[in-house]
Design a protein around this ligand. Sequence first.
Ligand code: GLN
Length: 487
Amino acid sequence: MHTKSIKELHKLLTDKKISAVELAQHFIDRALKHNPSLNCYINILSDEAKQQAKIADDKIFKKEGSLLTGIPFALKDIFCTSDMLTTCGSKMLSDFIPPYDATAYKNLKSSDMVLLGKTNMDEFAMGSSNENSFFGCVQNPWDLDCVPGGSSGGSAVAVAGGLSPVAIGTDTGGSIRQPASFCGITGIKPTYGRVSRYGMIAFASSLDQGGVMAKSAEDCAYVLQSLSGYDKKDSTSMPEDVPSYTESLNNSIKGKKIGLPTEYFANLDDDLKQIITTQIKEFEKLGAIIVDISLPHTDLSVPAYYVISSAECSSNLARYDGVRYGYSAKNPKNLEDLYLKTRTEGFGDEVKRRILIGTYTLSAGYYDAYYIKAQKIRHLIADDFNQAFAQVDILLTPTTPTTAFKKGDKQNPLEMYLSDIYTVAVNLSGLPAISIPAGFHQKMPVGMQLISPAFCEHRLLNFAHMYQAQTDHHLQTPSQVPQEKIL
Ligand code: GLN
């Protein structure tokens, strides 16, 4: 049951082979059984899921449902859910119950999807391994000693382990695509402004974007359709029309041009290069034309990203002061002591590091040298993409420089930051990108990234779907999670 696609689950529901309540129960049972070892959920919402599933069953009975009615999903714990704990992976918000729903969650609820639980994540979405969560690391089901990637590691593992058919993540510098790649699933980060950020706890507001993690591009398409659209509550939401993501899935890509940015392959490990190069041939079989392209400012993307994202983080996280909401330190001597103790006790090391870097780069003497310079570089990086898209329809790159690494392997923060080398430029430019499973290296999943011009998510999904229609990497499941008998 947990390996079925959304379309297959929809058919079972409408043919009355299974009810939405039974389907939710199936995934809740799997979550309760496997979460103690995988730790991908911070909260499993058994009662809420059953209630939402009952409503879905009612709609299916009255034939009022949509394709998503009764389909269960998992939500990264960065999205506010009213009357339900929303922790953002932090001690600071470990008791926080928001009074309102994030628009992204509201949209999925209005499609009658069923929320199974809130997923684990790096604290405030800062990290590439999920080792920064207050609730402990998440285990990669392909190798329990390896990290699942981050920061949406819980969402990736919920899907890869069959604990949810689909999950919602967020991507500020790669947090959907990198864990998708490490866990052998598909993950799409939409154009900045495509999915509302209202009620999505802010890390770096000019980069943050919600998106979908699922087994296939087709499943991503169904859910992204519901997630996307203008929201007047988010001032950076774009009033752009949302095309049908499913209508164009099977469009021919014959004669379309795929650009390979040389900078993304130059220092890539030989084995990974070999795997990706072989997969590129699958696109050639579909009639696509492969051309080399240059994105000359690529090597500046990691430094620019860490200056800009840390600056925005230091400003966004100033709100956690122990007064208004969230954790508040006990017995402070005075107001300043309250701020100091609350922030010292409430934030983890990585969050503190980013706040310090951000405060430093925004301070009077360094603003021009770091922040302004990084913003200029951001423009150069975006220009590289503009020029590339004048020549090709889509870009193809590796998603990550390595497969999932062992827990504890990257103690040096700079080494950790370098694992984002192929993903951050996309966020700096506001572009959409998708990571798709491309094979295995030493039994660990390898991901491949497709990048398109802004608001061309349909193109990404089309290319990814055509590739997945003739390959089966996305259908592989990890043996660490026992597959029980098909319902
Ligand atoms: N790994 C990156 C960081 O730590 C990206 C995080 C994200 O996309 N939320 O900033």
